[in-house]
Design a protein around this ligand. Sequence first.
Ligand code: GDP
Ligand code: MG
Length: 624
Amino acid sequence: MSTLNQQYEEKVRPCIDLIDSLRSLGVEEDLALPAIAVIGDQSSGKSSVLEALSGVALPRGTGIVTRCPLELKMKRNKEGETWYGKISYQSYNEEIKNPADVEEKIREAQVKITGDDQGISEDSISLEIASPDVPDLTLIDLPGIVRVAVKNQPVNIGDQIKRLIQKFITKQETICLVVVPSNVDIATTEALKMAQEVDPIGERTLGILTKPDLVDKGTEDMVVKIVRNEEILLRKGYMIVKCRGQNEIKNNVSLSESIEREKAFFKEHSYFQTLYDEGQATVPKLAEKLTLELVHHIQKSLPRLEEQIEKNLAQTQTQLYKYGNGAPCDTSERLAFLIDTVAAFTQDAISLTTGEELKCGFRSCLFFMLRKEFGAWKDTIERSGVTFNWNIEREVAQYEQRYRGRELPGFINYKTFEAIVQEHIKKLEEPAILKLKEVAETVKKELFKLVQRSFVGFPNLIKMAQINIEAIRKEKEIVADSMLRTQFKMEQIVYTQDSTYSKKIGKRKREDDQVLLSSNKIVMKNTGDTRTTLKEMMIHLKSYYQIVGQRLADQIPLVIRYQMLQESTIELRRQMLHMLQDKEKIEPLLQESTEIKSERIHYQKRHKRLSKARIRLTEFSMNI
Ligand code: GDP
Ligand code: MG
């Protein structure tokens, strides 16, 4: 006995304490902890087994008595220490002084959680018991599996219960205790089927046979075979127990007395005696086995637990990153914090508009979008050039009529050339202004995104920054608009360097001759022909348009970038820093959004408990 005790103190206790301490940190919210869930068909004896293990009476009776998961956390304290109980559910906590009150408190809790009807709920009730007479164990009692609903029950109650049970037993961390009466055919029980579905090789399933006193005459052999694992193989094997029957309860047989009766029953039983001798019968043996199983299971689960903690911590970190750290409480630190935050933002705004990487981690595709927008602008110019070519014949004829002076036909008229060029370039003015508006909008949107990211949780700061950005956009857009219009006014002057023009025109002529030659047409160099004049004119127009097109393809984006990106962000920095000079505004700017604040606190807490859990786990691993 002393060796068992020693072993217990050295191995069992630390393991269970570890899981208990993790549970008390609240990490159950984040990860699955090793546990034992009790499942069985209705009236198979689940609650009776739990009662016998815990030493306290639990609600029972006909119908669905267990209507919510009940976590029974048992803790063995030292001999002589007093009994302690505590019930908690939802946000309610209550200490229980007397073991006899437990049953009533659970009933009360169930009614509070599920209401007075016969429905069930997934909300757990947690019952903690410390006593020298209980094993160190945590068990979860689940509603019994029913097949048909009775009056007042939802018709799909059976499915609801099965879903609830599945939720618990699918977790790898859960050992399934399948409770089956000895007087039914075990193979047909729903509970065993469900356990087999989630644990096909029976690795984490343990069978408990109940009501051995009710076994049908002649079937005892079969029961013995099952318990010996010779029928339906479960790696964790079987145990057989006898609890209080209806009569014994009526006759007020106490739980401790019932343990004595159980022992006597097995010792004297002609068939089950051997099971007793082999250590596979009685509640105390079951308690012992379960404790050892749980410890073994905990040890096996540790690596996975560690993994889960790491994964959760990483996720929490990402969330925390998203929600920022919030403002410090200290008044003097608050100003520094505000200045730092705003400075970081303006720096990032500048980086954003110069296409550099941002400190806050926000990945902007602003330059990708700008390239697309400006590319489209170039296309606009080119497309306008094409339509220009199509209409040119008609236009030249028109202009000839309108502008030709005293010269005879066939002479190239410079004024006609100029007029056509001017009018065509003017057609690009409105598209250029439109482009300005589009880009301004794109830049604004990206800056707004940056604002959201930089000032997470500070709605006033976000609002102020957005107001500034919007005002600056308007102001700079007016300036850029006027610059663009000036550019188009200047473009009314038909000008390029002589050498540029000569080169262009020479190239174009060579290209045109090439086209004619390759199409085997005879080149007529008759200068008096109107058609030839027209052709000459076309070469001039196209050449000049190409030069202007190239100029505008660069110039318009340059103006837009200069005003809407460069100048705007410099102005933004000025305005934002200016805003900080007003001491009155500091507090309003730092006002936090309650929603984000609570999210942040939630994740901070989670981070804290997971970090603690990690430390405890590491310490534990180092000690064994
Ligand atoms: P649950 O619905 O699975 O929780 O089953 P209960 O624990 O409420 O038990 C159902 C009925 O079986 C109750 O009347 C118990 O008194 C009775 N019962 C439980 N275990 C035994 C046992 O070992 N022998 C006898 N005779 N009756 C038992
Ligand atoms: Mg029950």
